[in-house]
Write a protein that binds this ligand. Structure first.
Ligand code: MCA
Ligand code: AMP
Length: 488
């Protein structure tokens, strides 16, 4: 069947004349204009057309942006890989998503798990014609892996429609235009850094300057040199709040920005207030998920109320429901319910997991987020917690306790393991490993277990604290009572 001609995701790639010479991407010293990006992505797209799904070695580099744009132009779904993924995690993602090739920067050293795949080096200086996009809006654009409470991460299949819908809704909420210059230092294998932080500016015809890795100096330098917006996770804003009192350059940079946006986890009111006190500027929060892209935001023209994630974005239906699924009618700022959302921003399915997909949706097509919230009388959403205690948010990364427990149990010095998150001023939550040692005389050290988890799963999933116990507290059914651990 002939594929449809959906409207292009990046109209600015077709620009000609002076418009095509505007900057699109900058990573450190390297930059590409729209004409150069169109040519480089066109060249790579020409090499991958017809591939089923492609893996992208998503280092924080120019090539990652070019590779993902190329895949979208070619109508091929991209699976961004964390270049720091450990062997277990990588093997799972590759087996589950079955990519036909891997796109990588020419200088990247790929691990053995990828050796069997055809490799296509991405040349950011290559020149090729931009192919006509033959894709339907429901076609998969990205498969992004996200942790659940138990088991290995699931691949959320994100359709092209969702990318367009969420980025256009944010443009409305934030008055985001092609004149904006974004600075960010987020990883490019998650929605925040990749979809909002790279595809967002490109859809608007604006530009992004990526810091490679986040630093307060980098953010200050770019904001003082023409950048208009900053995107970050709360840990980054916490580090900004810590640095501000002794750093007038940073204070000036933030004061002059058009928009400071935080997301991926809650930004504590204390950090909001500290930043406002020094800069006179309010950080605004938006709320999203890998599966839903963005659901709510404080609007650029709205009241930036600390501790809230604003109002539903255009096109997003949002409701709070009680345990039995009954919608909560009151906007009273008190009644707590689970957030459910419906709209064109939603993912299609978890790859190869019809069971998990079915469980995630209600009969009338709302997605169950697992986030608990109240709504103020004027509709502002305040997130107050989450249903599952076994999901930890650390540095803005979602991490499943079960996944880490399974990895820890594979270490010979571990007899039993339970993982919890506890409050951390910098990371929001830090991962705590409660360990019953195989040999009480030789309990495994934190460094040993951290390396073990980092090497199997990913460094950000490593425990930051280890506590040794003689036995885990269990109920009559033998289930570990995590709440009892929290109060130890
Ligand atoms: C340390 N390292 C190790 C080990 N220990 N490597 C291997 N083995 C070890 N045992 C390395 C780390 O890999 C890292 O390297 C460096 O040491 C420092 O580690 P860490 O302390 O973990 O990093 P950090 O600098 O403290 O990280 C803070 C951070 C980071 C920069 C804020 O957490 C981060 O980038 N968070 C963003 C998460 C995110 O984008 N979430 C979006 C998903 P190196 O520095 O070289 O890597 S949520 C989402 O997408 C939804 C839609 C939403 O709403 O946004
Ligand atoms: P992820 O699955 O990694 O995409 O993370 C999505 C989760 O991050 C959501 O379900 C929320 O729990 C959390 N989240 C994202 N943005 C915010 C925010 N602004 N405030 C509080 N929690 C957030």
């Amino acid at each position: 069947m002939q594929k449809g001609h959906a409207s292009p995701l990046f109209p600015a790639l077709a620009d000609t004349g002076a418009a095509a010479d505007r900057p699109a991407l900058r990573f450190g010293e390297r930059s590409l204009t729209y004409a150069e990006l169109a040519a480089a992505a066109g060249a790579t797209a020409g090499r991958i057309g017809g591939a089923g799904r492609v893996a992208v070695w998503a280092s924080p580099a120019m090539e990652t942006a070019v590779a993902v744009v190329a895949a979208l132009l070619a109508g091929v779904a991209a699976v961004p890989l964390n270049p720091k993924s450990g062997d277990r995690e990588l093997a799972h993602i590759l087996a589950d998503s079955a990519p036909s090739l891997v796109l990588a920067p020419p200088d990247a050293e790929l691990p053995p798990a990828l050796a069997a795949l055809e490799r296509v080096d991405v040349d950011a200086r290559a020149r090729g014609a931009v192919p006509e996009e033959h894709a339907d809006e429901g076609d998969p654009a990205l498969v992004v892996y996200t942790s659940g409470t138990t088991g290995p991460p699931k691949g959320a299949v994100i359709p092209r429609r969702a990318l367009a819908a969420t980025l256009d809704a944010l443009a409305d909420a934030w008055r985001w235009t092609g004149d904006d210059v974004l600075v960010q230092g987020l990883p490019l294998f998650h929605v925040h850094g990749l979809v909002l932080g790279v595809l967002g500016p490109l859809r608007r015809g604006g530009s992004v300057r990526h810091l490679g890795r986040f630093s307060t100096e980098g953010a200050a330098r770019e904001l003082n040199d023409g950048a208009t917006m900053l995107f970050g996770v709360p840990t980054m804003y916490h580090r900004i709040a810590e640095t501000l009192p002794g750093d007038p350059e940073l204070a000036k940079a933030l004061a002059g920005a058009r928009l400071l946006v935080s997301g991926s986890a809650a930004l504590p009111v204390h950090d909001h207030e500290r930043i406002a006190a020094v800069t006179g500027r309010r950080v605004i929060e938006r709320y999203g998920m890998t599966e839903t892209l963005m659901n709510t935001s404080v609007r650029a023209d709205g009241e930036p109320r600390a501790g809230t994630v604003g109002v539903p974005l255009p096109g997003v239906e949002l409701r709070l429901v009680e345990e039995d699924g009954t919608p909560i009618a009151d906007l009273d700022g008190e009644s707590v319910g689970e957030i459910q959302v419906r709209g064109p921003n939603l993912f299609t399915e978890y790859l190869n997991r019809p069971d998990a997909t079915a469980a995630a949706f209600t009969a009338d097509g709302f997605f169950r987020t697992g986030d608990m919230a109240v709504r103020d009388p004027d509709g502002y959403v305040r997130i107050v917690g989450r249903k599952a205690t076994d999901l930890i948010k650390s540095g803005g990364y979602k991490i499943g306790a079960g996944e880490i427990e399974n990895a820890l149990l594979e270490h010979p010095a571990v007899r039993e393991a339970a993982v919890t998150g506890e409050p951390d001023p910098d990371l929001g939550e830090r991962i705590v490993a409660w360990i019953v040692p195989a040999d009480p005389a030789a309990p495994p050290a934190l460094g040993t277990l951290a390396d073990h988890v980092a090497g199997r799963l990913a460094p950000h999933k490593r425990p930051r604290v280890v506590r040794h116990l003689d036995a885990l507290p269990r109920n009559d059914m033998g289930k570990v009572m995590k709440r009892a651990l929290g109060h130890d």
